[in-house]
Write a new protein. Structure first.
Length: 538
């Protein structure tokens, strides 16, 4: 179905090829997880399947690719669109119209599909993705999970044989991600679609797939095989696999169900440290104080309903909850991007609704979900230099290099930001907001596009910043990061804070927002593999 023979691809002006002399055969009907370090070439590989690379991105191709009997370089993306359906990381970037049913019909209109056939295919796609109730809804009013399913349904109307998805769950909460992955598994089993899915949060998807395609990066050839075989060989593994490898569990468990028998066997050998006591605030005022905050959007939807929250200096807190629960709306109020309908928001003693944004941002840094909104210079070095000028700081290339090195991207100093991977852009945007040394960090999904190694590095950096006295409020769907790094968690639903407390207690009491290791042991003392390994040697 998918064959590459000594294939090489190099982007325009790149010093070395991103994909170098690899050969690969993927059988028809396979469900394949494409994984590897950020920037290793996963997205580039996926773009070659329908000819986006090189037709859209330019560059030089060597070797040969045959996809379903066609050559994507010769056919172009349009010539491949009835064979290969492509769903990107940000589904909104692919939408053309604003009503769900119209979006599903758009591609077929361009292909001149007869009217009666169009109607039939739209109905089938709505049913296959279980979104018939959304047919008349504006796409702009859908949740993240709903948008993702609409994007998949839209490409299914052309009846492709191959479905390619680039990080389809990166912006979804655990439950929405599960819904999308279950829908994909059903399409694979019921229709025999060949599915290639790129993903960094392997704990969500590894147990669904037939094969893993691992890209090591640095021009090395990929590894292709069954999930347990590949995960046993590679360094990037979800917490369950990490723990299983460390303890020599055989066969390597891919699901919590498979891992529970191993957990029971070692439970009597664990000697955990006592749970940490909540930190004392010693009479200090909160760094962030929100009192009875209400906010409604022009559509009339109430996004925040009476939110009261305090975050203390030197505290690392996570906001969690389903897509559309109000997390991003809450963060935007803290930097004055939105104004309260009712209530008060104070940050470092400043009224966020009345203080000019340029004053707030001297001590408050905000990293939005889409890091490209902060990137517009010609090089990575220029981005940090611009940030220094914007905050009236003198140039300091050595300090900029040290900050980039701390985030693992100092080798990209001369690269154009738009040429970076999503994970690299995320880290560059974080570097840009850290330049002035803010006292409060507001982060919205900061691990999007990051592999496990980079996520661990980010967690270490954020903990170090917290230890330096910085206050961090992070909206995230990344359960594993919250388990590994945060002090407190607040769960939001329908614009309200449902529960707020220490991370270990809140996450161990939740069925959805719970880490893999905690699901194994159901004990607040065990949230990460490190918790278990330390308890075994204590």
């Amino acid at each position: 179905m998918i064959t590459y023979q000594h294939y090489t691809y190099r982007y325009p002006n790149a010093d070395a090829p991103t994909l170098s002399d690899f050969s690969l055969d993927i059988p028809e009907g396979a469900f394949v997880l494409v994984m590897g370090p950020s920037g290793a070439g996963k997205s580039t590989f996926l773009r070659t399947i329908n000819g986006l690379a090189p037709h859209f991105y330019g560059g030089v191709v060597g070797g040969k690719a045959i996809i379903g009997g066609r050559n994507p370089v010769e056919e172009s993306p349009r010539g491949m669109s009835d064979l290969v359906g492509m769903v990107f990381q940000d589904p909104e970037s692919g939408f053309v119209v604003d009503v769900v049913e119209d979006e599903l019909a758009f591609a077929m209109e361009n292909w001149g599909v007869p009217q009666d056939m169009m109607r039939k295919r739209v109905e089938e796609a709505l049913d296959q993705l279980q979104i018939a109730h959304l047919r008349d809804r504006p796409i702009s009013q859908l949740s993240g999970g709903e948008k993702q399913r609409v994007a998949i349904a839209a490409v299914l109307t052309l009846h492709p044989d191959i479905l390619v998805l680039d990080e389809p769950t990166s912006q979804l909460d655990p439950q929405a991600a599960e819904e999308v992955l279950l829908a994909l598994r059903q399409l694979n089993e019921d229709l025999g679609l060949t599915i290639l899915l790129s993903e960094h949060r392997l704990e969500r998807v590894a147990h669904y797939v037939d094969y893993i395609l691992y890209w090591p990066g640095n021009g090395q050839p990929p590894l292709f095989g069954e999930p347990a075989d590949i995960l046993r060989q590679v360094p990037l593994t979800p917490p369950l696999i990490t723990l299983g490898k460390a303890l020599g569990w055989q066969p390597l468990p891919l699901t919590i169900k498979q891992g529970r028998k191993f957990a029971r066997q070692i439970k009597g050998d664990l000697h955990p440290a006592p749970l940490p006591q909540p930190a004392s605030h010693n009479g200090h005022p909160p760094a962030i104080s929100i009192e009875n905050l209400w906010h409604s959007y022009p559509t009339g939807r109430e996004a925040l309903r009476g939110v009261t929250l305090r975050v203390w200096p030197g505290e690392f807190m996570a906001l969690m909850g389903r897509n559309g629960s109000g997390k991003t709306t809450l963060l935007k109020h803290l930097v004055g991007l939105l104004k309260p309908a009712r209530g008060q928001v104070q940050v470092l003693g400043m009224n966020a609704a009345e203080t000019p944004t340029e004053i707030l941002t001297r001590t408050i840094a905000y990293l939005p979900q889409n890091p490209e909104r902060l990137l517009f210079a010609e090089s990575v070095a220029d981005e940090l230099a611009f940030s220094r000028r914007a905050h009236h700081l003198p140039p300091d290339l050595d300090a900029d290099r040290a900050l980039l090195a701390r985030l693992g991207i100092d080798h990209l100093l001369d690269r154009h930001p738009h040429d970076l991977s999503v994970g690299e852009k995320q880290r560059l945007a974080l570097a840009a907001i850290l330049v002035p040394g803010p006292q409060v960090l507001l982060l919205d999904e900061p691990t999007r596009g990051l592999d496990y190694v980079q996520k661990q590095r980010l967690a270490d950096i954020l903990r170090a910043l917290r230890d330096e006295g910085k206050t961090i409020l992070m909206a995230t769907h990344d359960v594993e990061l919250a388990a590994a790094a945060t002090d407190r968690v607040a769960l939001m639903s329908q614009g309200e804070i449902v529960v707020d407390g220490p991370s270990r207690r809140i996450m161990s009491e939740s069925l959805v927002f719970s880490s893999q290791v905690n699901k194994l042991f159901r004990d607040p003392r065990y949230l990460t593999p490190e918790d278990v390994l330390q308890a075994l040697v204590s």
